[in-house]
Write a protein that binds this ligand. Structure first.
Ligand code: ASP
Length: 442
């Protein structure tokens, strides 16, 4: 792969202390293609530590409640002073903290103080590296309604950065048309990294975090699941939707449009090659039919039965419309000849249950309505499944072998996932059985 321009984004745990920042900077300077760095705010150093961003939100909440926030700001100042001092970076933290304090007193929204976590950290890192600092507020723009102004952002940010040899850009925020700061949702530095990669036309977007890539199953359920070496954007989307998390959801779109691959890497283990995410898997990369397994508990299936339903035009549309009107998105919709099931989030359904059932009865006059609760959906995802025979047979054999009753089957129309519904109490066993049969011994 051509690696002339690499954008390297480092997450909060990768930059939580001076020793972590030194590791990150050693990674940055080890490859001259890493020209643009996107930094998060200092995250947790230990499991009981508090993220700087959380402290900034706390200071804002205290100011809104009329409480004294100076103690919180002092804690933040101390943490940064320690980092800058240990790095020997010349940086005036007091001036920055004074500015935050003044703006809090003047009644700012939470976005401004929240953004200072990445702003200050990036300034310190830029000083330590001797690189240029570029404020994200000058190059990342939101529209009045709060969505990213893509054209203006890619143009302006690209223009600024391409004129610089190397730069550090804070993650997580940009500016509104009136110049006020606006942040992305939590974890949004991933999005900034993607935007920067797109704006400079990078060959690769490296996302440095504290795990060696995306795992092929949830490590809380499966012991030591394998790292996925290569995954497509579409597979990532399917697995993330079903609960696997490695990147902010909105981070895929900017780079995907431009065909820039993402590489998830581990700052604490830089020799690991991590997970590569791209539009398609390059020739020569060997993968099994199944890339990963993810699932979620707590679904509910509403099964509606009516004889001769098959011949009644618009039955399904009317049924889904009822859920839509109550603001409940449907997740799956398996159908039979005279039955149709709508699988929805269980607690969302419970909150509107009576109204929905009343409406179904009055609009559709069904023979029966059956509600099945505590349903887990498990997705077995892999683009390779289309061309391999016997994948479904293997899935069902694995579940039967583990003594698990399948309560729903849904194959995505793109043939890259098979979703099985099992009882919530079978969830862990089912995921393990599927992992062992489809990923570990594939
Ligand atoms: N610091 C922000 C957060 O904690 C953004 C990020 O780390 O990506 O959510």
């Amino acid at each position: 792969m051509n690696r002339n321009i690499v954008v390297a984004k480092f997450g909060g745990t990768s930059l939580a202390s001076s020793s972590q920042i030194k590791k990150a900077c050693a990674i940055i300077t080890a490859d001259s293609a890493r020209k643009y760095v996107v930094a998060s705010a200092p995250g947790k150093r230990t499991s009981t530590d508090i993220k700087i961003t959380d402290m900034l939100y706390k200071a804002h909440a205290q100011s809104v409640n009329g409480e004294d926030f100076s103690g919180t700001l002092n804690q933040i100042a101390e943490r940064y002073a320690k980092i800058a001092g240990e790095l020997g970076a010349d940086f005036d933290i007091d001036a920055e903290i004074r500015e935050i304090s003044d703006r809090l007193k003047a009644g700012t929204t939470a976005d401004y103080p929240a953004s200072r976590g990445e702003y200050i950290n990036s300034k310190i890192i830029a000083a330590y590296l001797g690189w240029q600092f570029v404020d994200a507020a000058e190059g990342i723009f939101f529209t009045e309604s709060g969505t990213l102004d893509e054209a203006k952002t890619f143009d302006t940010l690209g223009g600024i950065l391409k004129g610089l040899d190397r730069a550090v850009v804070p993650g997580f925020y940009g500016s509104l048309p009136d110049g006020r700061i606006k942040t992305f949702s939590r974890g949004g530095s991933d999005v900034t990294g993607s935007i920067v990669a797109r704006a400079v036309g990078a060959d690769l977007y490296e996302n440095w975090t504290d795990v060696s890539g995306m795992l092929s199953a949830d490590p809380r359920v499966v012991k030591n699941p394998r790292v996925i070496e290569h995954i497509t954007y579409t597979e990532l989307r399917e697995l993330s939707y079903m609960g696997a998390s490695v990147l902010h959801e909105d981070a895929v779109f900017p780079v995907r449009q431009a065909g820039i691959p993402i590489n998830i890497r581990n700052t604490n283990s830089p020799e690991d090659s991590g997970t590569m995410i791209s539009a398609s898997v390059p020739e020569g990369v060997k993968r099994g039919a199944v890339t990963g397994i993810a699932g979620r508990k707590g679904f509910c299936s509403v099964r509606v039965e009516k004889s001769m339903m098959n011949g009644e035009t618009g039955f399904g549309a009317k049924l889904l419309q009822i859920f839509a009107q109550k603001g409940i998105p449907f997740e799956h919709c398996p159908t039979g000849i005279d039955t149709i099931s709508v699988v929805v989030n269980g607690s969302a359904f419970d909150s509107r249950r009576d109204e929905i059932l009343r409406e179904i009865k009055s609009v559709l006059a069904p023979d029966f309505i059956t509600i099945e609760k505590n349903l887990s959906a498990i997705a077995v995802v892999g683009q390779g499944m289309v061309s391999v025979k016997g994948v479904a047979a293997k899935i069902f054999t694995a579940l039967a072998g583990a003594g698990i009753n399948i309560r729903m089957i849904d194959q995505g129309s793109d043939e890259m996932n098979i979703i099985v519904g099992v009882d919530d109490s079978d969830y862990e066993n089912a995921v393990n059985a599927l992992y062992n049969a489809m990923v570990n011994n594939a």
